[in-house]
Ligand binder design. Structure first.
Ligand SMILES: [Zn+2]
Length: 366
């Protein structure tokens, strides 16, 4: 291996070590050992990089494939099954996992994964991409956020071998796929009758997760570790840096949100050194440590008409919209209680007291 080759290898190694939060002393010892190997090691390194064994399948280096999670045709498989996309690179590298359709009605991420995967040439890939584009496949087909047992899959991770359908699926996904990932991107949209500004959600207290979030390149990162049982929280607890891409509305495909998501996947792959593509210029991220919802004041229910928009920077006391009581024609102003950026909001609709209207994010120093 020539000098340039070593430098590239060392940089790649350190980046992966940083991603997995390795002890740096141990990394250096390993590095010295690695440098001591002869140039022949490079050739054998490539030889050692073998076929991926996953879910009873074999995926040879330099190939990509799509197959069902459960190979058998059966009554059970027909509603439990989900597609699996795998691209095995030609040279060693990290395993990046993409998850979408955890909430079956959230379609943008499903198309982000399809588009990102279609652009990958396994012959030029370092490492492995494993994508589960429709974990709640039945929900994606029928527009259902939840599973057939009416449970939220995103509260069931890491699952259990003897649990309900949600916990069984979570367990299968976690033990066969998630545990093998070096980094994980989970793709979501807002919930019913709401819309989200494209944003990354990440546990900012973990440096590896924070870096991953910023290198997605979206320019906006909102802090938080996610609820118990959510895929990204449980993956992070298992030592796998995991972030969420949140963008747009459920039940439909939205071109801008999909395109920005697919670009973000490319950016992360470049950051992890999985592709030859140079890293794009990463914009300075607006990193928000805190967020909260502005709700309909008690007794102020009616027809909601927002005037503020996603991405608006608002001050305390600014008007965000109004609610009209259709029986009294009384109008209630919705005011921002704090300065912040609108990262999520309800669409115009009838609302009752306590209904979440605007999601505001702000810096802790404010
Ligand atoms: Zn979701």
């Amino acid at each position: 291996m020539n000098r340039e080759g070593w430098v590239t290898s060392i940089a790649r190694y350190l980046r992966l070590a940083r991603l997995r939060s390795c002890n740096i002393d141990r990394v250096l010892v390993q590095l010295i050992v690695a440098i001591g190997l002869t140039a022949a090691a490079e050739a054998s390194d490539v030889e050692r990089w073998d076929s991926l064994q996953l879910l009873g399948r074999e995926v040879p280096p330099g190939t990509s494939t799509k197959f069902p999670f459960i190979p058998d045709r059966s009554f059970e498989a027909s509603y439990l099954n989900m597609p699996v996309f795998v691209a095995r690179g030609v040279t060693p590298g990290p395993t990046l996992c993409l998850a979408a359709g955890v909430h079956g009605d959230e379609l943008n991420g499903v198309e982000v994964v399809r588009r990102a995967f279609a652009q990958i040439d396994a012959q030029e890939l370092r490492g492995t991409l494993i994508a589960l584009p429709a974990i709640n496949a039945e929900g994606v087909r029928t527009g259902n956020r939840y599973l057939s047992d009416r449970r939220d899959l995103n509260r069931a991770f890491p699952g259990s071998a003897g649990g309900s359908v949600a916990r069984l699926i979570a367990h299968e996904v976690f033990t066969h796929v998630v545990i093998r990932c070096d980094a994980l991107l989970d793709l979501h949209t807002a919930s019913n009758k709401r819309a989200n500004l494209p944003q990354i959600r990440a546990d900012l207290s973990d440096p590896a997760i924070r870096e991953l979030a910023i290198h997605f390149g979206l320019g906006i990162v909102v802090g938080g570790s996610g609820p118990d049982g959510s895929l990204r929280r449980e993956a992070a607890k298992a030592g796998i840096p995991a972030i969420i891409y949140e963008a747009g509305e459920p039940f439909r495909f939205q071109e801008d949100e999909i395109e920005r998501g697919a670009e973000g996947v490319e950016n992360v792959m470049a950051y992890l050194d999985m592709t030859e593509q140079p890293e794009r210029e990463i914009p300075d991220a607006r990193v928000y440590e805190r967020s909260r919802w502005v709700r309909t004041a008690v007794g102020n229910g009616g027809f909601f008409f927002p005037t503020a928009n996603l991405g608006d920077l608002v001050q305390a006391g600014d008007s965000l919209g109004k609610i009209v009581d259709p029986l009294t024609d009384e109008t209630f102003e919705v005011l921002s209680p704090i300065p912040g950026e609108i990262i999520g909001m309800a669409v115009p609709q009838p609302v009752l007291s306590g209904y979440a209207l605007f999601h505001l994010a702000w810096h802790e120093s404010n």
